[in-house]
Unconditional design. Structure first.
Length: 167
């Protein structure tokens, strides 16, 4: 079982030992989409949601989510994050289900001995959940998904860039 790094000799889960890994600059970018009705997107853009600035709050929530990743994902290491950037892009063209998209992109950086892929994906997920929470009163059918790692760099495994389109 030694090839499965998240299991000990007894076959039980463990946090991977990264003591011997080199400390390098590590960067990861993840993306996800939130699908809302056109009227919901318009209310977000115009600042007319009862709970306030939806994207502003979701941005802060994404940063906080990245910082709290080891509290949510049991085997993640607590990391000293050096940067978390959460950005939004709005696509007001309705899809086949009549919903517009808010694309969330999060980039997380650290200088350490393990990567920040989980922190980037958590930032996107928490931002998406926050958008849902702030808009659910006017749009019960909000969906989110297409959450994926777009790229990562640093560490022994080097650089990864997603080749296929998300969603």
């Amino acid at each position: 079982m030694s090839h499965l790094t998240h299991f000990n000799e007894s076959g039980r889960a463990r946090m991977v030992d990264v003591t011997q890994k080199a400390a390098t600059e590590r960067v990861a970018t993840a993306e996800g989409k939130v699908f809302v009705l056109p009227d919901t997107l318009k209310k977000i853009q115009e600042g007319r949601m009862a709970k306030g600035d939806v994207l502003g709050v979701a941005q802060v929530a994404g940063v906080m989510g990245a910082k709290r990743t080891p509290d949510l994902i049991p085997m993640c290491h607590p990391l000293l994050l050096t940067s978390v950037d959460v950005d939004f892009q709005e696509d007001s063209t309705p899809n086949q289900n009549g919903r517009c998209a808010i694309i969330i992109q999060a980039t997380v950086k650290t200088s350490g001995n393990t990567g920040v892929e989980m922190e980037a994906m958590t930032a996107v997920s928490v931002a998406a959940l926050t958008i849902y929470d702030m808009c659910k009163a006017v749009d019960k059918g909000i969906e989110f998904g297409d959450i994926a790692l777009l790229s990562k760099s640093g560490g022994k495994s080097g650089t990864y860039i997603r080749k296929e389109q998300v969603g």
